[in-house]
Design a protein around this ligand. Structure first.
Ligand SMILES: [Zn+2]
Length: 67
């Protein structure tokens, strides 16, 4: 099992934190608590062409709009 260290930017407190994920994770509705402010953060995984975990993005769980 390969662990990928991802760098995330909390959408609530605006601070950066690291999160370790398994390289073969496929959860697309992963929720993790921000270690700094304790808010639930929606973690979205970004996969590469070889279907391996490239990175993760942090979004608000309460109605995130991309525009
Ligand atoms: Zn936070």
């Amino acid at each position: 099992m390969t662990i990928v260290q991802t760098h995330l930017h909390c959408p609530y407190c605006g601070k950066d934190f690291d999160l370790e994920l398994e390289e073969n994770m496929r959860e697309d509705d992963l929720i993790e608590e921000c270690p700094l402010c304790g808010s639930p953060v929606d973690i979205r995984l970004v996969l590469g062409e070889d279907d391996k975990l490239l990175r993760a993005e942090a979004h608000r769980v309460d109605g995130d709009s991309d525009d």
